[in-house]
Design a protein around this ligand. Sequence first.
Ligand code: HEM
Length: 112
Amino acid sequence: MIHAHMTAWFLALVLFFVALGLHKSGKEKGAKIVQMVLRLFYVLILLTGFWLLFSINIDLMYVLKAAVGLWVIAMLEMILIRTKKNEKASVLWIQFIVAVLLVLYLGFSLPL
Ligand code: HEM
């Protein structure tokens, strides 16, 4: 399940940047399709993440890891929406970078 989880979040990050790139180059239709696929990946991340969470002896650090994971997903979605509306997303970008670094740190440092 850990591999499914890692594949899911890795592909989600790739799809996120693909969607942004398509939007920036004016390909709205493509961007929309990629964003829909991306939302499917959010579900996969959530399913695998909660699966992992409930298959271990939960302690606070894992719950924190999961919360930061949710924060990352929220930022991905909000950045895409703001960018689509041509609104500023710099505060969201900062949060995104902090959350990703934190989730990677927590994810890889916690023993499974
Ligand atoms: C985009 C968001 C996310 C990223 C980048 C991410 C990243 C990671 C990473 C790097 C690991 C460690 C893999 C390893 O040890 O080999 C991991 C494990 C884990 N993730 Fe996520 N994750 C995300 C979202 C979530 C969500 C939403 C949840 C819960 C609802 C979650 C729950 C877990 C749990 C319970 C583990 C196993 C404990 C651990 O080794 O840290 N993750 N994740």
